[in-house]
Design a protein. Sequence first.
Length: 436
Amino acid sequence: MMRTRPLKVALLGCGVVGSEVARIMATHADDLAARIGAPLELAGVAVRRPSKVREGIDPALITTDATALVKRGDIDVVVEVIGGIEPARTLITTAFEHGASVVSANKALLAEDGATLFAAAEKHGKDLYYEAAVAGAIPLLRPLRESLAGDKVNRVLGIVNGTTNFILDRMDSSGAGYSEALDEATALGYAEADPTADVEGFDAAAKAAILAGIAFHTRVRLDDVHREGLTEVTAADIASARRMGCTVKLLAICERAADGRSVTARVHPAMIPLSHPLASVREAYNAVFVEAEAAGQLMFYGPGAGGPPTASAVLGDLVAVCRNRLGGATGPGESAYTRLPVSSMAEVVTRYHISLDVADKPGVLAQVATVFAEHDVSIDTVRQQGRLDSEGLGGEASLVVVTHRAPDAALSGTVEALRKLDTVRGVASIMRVEGE
């Protein structure tokens, strides 16, 4: 039965995503009403620049007073797509206090202070849905939170930032350097004018915190996530990965410890074998690989950013929240019952690819191998290649060492000791090897 009174929706933000949400609400109004059981009414749109023309939106709905909008009392659902910490946090908690449920795409806020939002939603008996906060249109958070609720997830490994994947893909396919690939990403609209959040890993780290919290039923904050960007990745790293039968990706990795007593969350560039499903993820696409005890290996793939894909995820949440509203129920809230500690990066165990600039003379390899042995880091393979120095003479070499699995702390100690060797001119790069 269709309820005649519409459910009122307040939209906070009307940029690329918000305007697309409004467009879909209008274009597919009949279908959305049929799926929900009641029509939707866009009751107000909070913006910073009211003079801007917004096609398809009644100017009478535009307001700069977001606080007054969420305090109205007749709003059923608030859709927050303004981003950032404040005023988004205060607006969301105020919405709960005045009877509205919330759909958010705000990864930064959820990673920074999700606990406050979940507590407010629970206190007032309202929904907080946020599928659009991670991986755009890809249905990922709800399967983790609901479909795998009866399973035990041990690892989440994924490409969750389209900008960085585009850059690394271009470096691999065309031989371009980092700066050239970034320029192309900017020209095509994949990278912002200030790409720091993407290329330094902040965006992916926020998403990793959210993924780890859901997967392992524990609270993981942005500060808990080890973060490295891709600005130091060179064409030489890409070429070296190719020689190993690998490619380089910026990965978000969330793992449960083998003994089950802690978790880790990290973001950094890594080499992965070309045989791994994530290696074939090209352009600005996202993909997340989930390893669960009973379900086994699952992969979620699709466009991870942009107006239409993100709006798709927002609308999916909006339909779910509205159905709950009509049924007088709420969906699943925060699940953090395990209260597992988040271990430091020093405890992470993985393989490493280390490139050294060394003197090209007898005994160097033995010295390097001794340092690795002294720090209990086992060497898998070594490749050495002589080269000419700046004056066209010999005397220098490149030494590439790939290790077996070792703790990050042991590798850090090894690298520190290598830098003190007279025969080591420099540590050109260090990259982890994952996905094997």
